[in-house]
Design a protein around this ligand. Sequence first.
Ligand SMILES: Cc1cc2nc3c(=O)[nH]c(=O)nc-3n(C[C@H](O)[C@H](O)[C@H](O)COP(=O)(O)O)c2cc1C
Length: 240
Amino acid sequence: MAVSYPLLRRIHDLAKSRTEARPHDAESAGVLAFEPSEPLDRRVLLDSEAPNPPLDYERAVLSRRSKRNFFPARLDRKKAVLLLESASSLYKGQPEDSERAFPFLTLGVLFQNVEGFDDGFYLFSGEGGSLRLIREESFHEPLSRVCLDQPWISRAAVNFLFMANLAGLEKALGPRGYRLLLMDAGRMAQRVYLAATGLSLGCCGVGALYDEEARTLLDLNPDSALFYAVSAGPVKGSGF
Ligand SMILES: Cc1cc2nc3c(=O)[nH]c(=O)nc-3n(C[C@H](O)[C@H](O)[C@H](O)COP(=O)(O)O)c2cc1C
């Protein structure tokens, strides 16, 4: 029989109500999570041809598991681009839908040892079709510390960063906004899991975070937060 926890039930009830909002409120509310102190405005187009994944969709769904045994092999550019496309595919062709928190989400990515990309911190822009280099340095080690000292995160080739201005989100969508945001982030993350599985790469979500330390590391404004990360890349025993 399911156990009922009154406090959790109360939190759930309080977060049910939603304010009517239009997606473009994200822009007018000034919700960009990231305000880099010194942006390096270098853009990279995601124009690589996709490789043929060794696993099809059905087998990827059935065999998808969280894998943390990353090791520092160079990640092929085409595979990296496929991971990026799978993460950012929600950007494309989204209907105007007030039930979505997606426009409030800022997606970043950290690279390390990825063919054709400088190591560094990038933000997605242009409907997910390009990346903007924010800082050219490796953030993997400090990210792993910010994520409750989980060292395997520092060995992943790619770390996706899910960020949002939570104050702006709540103002626009009401208490329900946070729940909608997490659902959209979850959908994006599971697409990365499937793409990684199909490419014989590893992938693992990371929800354990020291919020304040993450904010400082990524130079986020006080209203914004890193609320989820996803590590992906070559893992031991996968032929890399
Ligand atoms: C939102 C979310 C956050 C997670 N956070 C962590 C984490 O911080 N550390 C970790 O080792 N695994 C983390 N995981 C992976 C889970 O432990 C894993 O998904 C779960 O044990 C089920 O295993 P499976 O993904 O292989 O089906 C997270 C997964 C999700 C979806």
